[in-house]
Design a protein around this ligand. Structure first.
Ligand code: ADP
Ligand code: MG
Length: 408
């Protein structure tokens, strides 16, 4: 892996940095700035080297055109506060505002471009569809640093194509993330447990097939657990359910049984009348979910059992909240898991929390980053890595940048 040090003297050079600054927003208020703080060290390092730093990133899912609610302007302001230095903000990505700002950027200065996804070329599905935008981005800079771990599983203009156009290096954050994930895939200390939850069920089911070959225990909660319960023939009421995945899950349950992987499911569930903080709610046994109610958290008995299953682990990976933690009545399960992870971390286990909402959850529930071994900035990216998939944004960095740098 080529790192920033391998790029040579960067003083005065224009360095395009792809960061992951996709933070949760409530209006224009950033509710968790973890990704900004995680991105700052690489940017700071480049400024200290005297580079002219052009940061690019996306926010949310705008539809390929400018949309004020997804502007990165609040992020530019927060990034400046975190860096303790002014950050110029360009009101477009590769247009007149960006070009002029790059021209005026001083050695050691930082510029943030507007949301990359305001341009349809960023996420276009074909190489041709992304080419023009990638060229325009590359033309702003002399070298490229890939530091947006949360997007390295995406074949997108600012992640993949730009790396093929410019001499490039892996940023410190991507390097750190990959080093931790490598420890989970290569000979993890045992027992090794994986805790899965959250709402993106079908996204996450894929990783299970691979984990059945490496993990000792698979602990399941959150929205995805109801597909497991349905696969066991239980009533799940109005809970999140991916009916078309039930057969896949049945296959996983059989494979786990044969392979000696313990699958730990909840014993009780907090059910509610509606997806709302003030909805009437009760704890019921897992086999007694009423047909007209929805499960929004694991129950207290499940929390106790899950914590016990984590207590002797030497390695734990956790992705996905155990319940709809944003609403106080459904946050207890997620809090119990965070607590259990914090305890084994203190005992010397390697614990990794992955996923935007999971990271936001542990901070919102009052945990410190240091309570865990590592809080990953990438949910999908870390899952795909664990799944054993090739991540285009990492593969492209192992390309022939040496020759290109020589030509430049
Ligand atoms: P991450 O971002 O950590 O990968 P996801 O995006 O998959 O996690 O899921 C996070 C969301 O899952 C949270 O907004 C939470 O409210 C929701 N969630 C968790 N459990 C449930 C549930 N039982 N029913 C509905 N939503 C849930
Ligand atoms: Mg999420």
């Amino acid at each position: 892996m080529k790192t920033i040090g391998d790029l040579g003297d960067l003083r005065g050079k224009r360095v395009l940095v792809r960061s992951d600054l996709n933070v949760p927003l409530d209006g224009t208020t950033i509710t968790d700035d973890g990704r900004i703080r995680a991105s700052a060290p690489t940017i700071r390092m480049l400024t200290e080297m005297g580079a002219r730093v052009i940061v690019c990133a996306h926010l949310g899912r705008p539809k390929g055109e400018p949309d004020a609610q997804y502007s990165l302007a609040p992020v530019a302001k927060r990034l400046g506060e975190v860096l303790g230095a002014p950050v110029t903000f360009a009101e477009d990505t590769v247009g007149p505002s960006a070009r002029s700002a790059v021209e005026h950027l001083k050695e050691g200065g930082v510029l943030l471009l507007e949301n990359l996804r305001f341009n349809p070329g960023e996420t276009a599905k074909t190489d041709e569809g992304r080419a023009e935008f990638a060229q325009a981005l590359a033309s702003l800079a002399d070298v490229f640093v890939s530091d947006g771990f949360g997007v390295v599983h995406r074949e997108q203009a600012s992640v993949y194509d730009v790396a093929r156009l410019l001499p490039h290096a892996t940023g410190g954050l991507v390097e750190a993330e990959v080093n931790v994930l490598r420890r989970l895939t290569r000979d993890p200390q045992r027992p090794y447990a994986v805790v899965l939850g959250g709402a993106k069920v079908s996204d996450k089911l894929g990783v299970i097939g691979n984990l059945l070959g490496t993990a000792d225990r698979l602990i399941v909660g959150g929205g995805m657990v109801f597909t497991f319960l349905a696969a066991k023939g239980l009533e799940v009421g109005k809970s999140l359910l991916e009916a078309d995945q039930i057969d896949t899950v049945k296959g996983y349950l059989e494979r786990a049984e044969k392979g000696g992987v313990e699958i730990v499911l909840p014993a009780d569930i907090v059910v509610a009348d509606a997806f709302s903080a003030d909805a009437a709610h009760d704890v019921v046994a897992v086999d007694a979910i009423p047909a007209d109610r929805m499960g929004l958290d694991i129950g207290p008995e499940s929390s106790r059992r899950f914590a016990e299953k984590l207590s002797d682990c030497r390695t734990v990976f956790w992705n996905g909240p155990m319940g709809a933690f944003e609403m106080a009545p459904f946050a207890a399960g997620t809090k119990a898991i965070a607590q259990a992870l914090a305890e084994v971390t203190r005992d010397g286990a390697l614990t990794v929390v992955g996923g935007g909402d999971s990271a936001a959850a542990v901070r919102q529930l009052g945990f410190a980053d240091t309570d865990f071994g590592h809080i990953s900035t990438g949910g999908g990216a870390s899952l795909e890595y664990l799944e054993g998939k090739e991540l285009p944004g990492l593969t492209v960095l192992d390309g022939d940048a040496d020759d290109r740098a020589g030509d430049a």
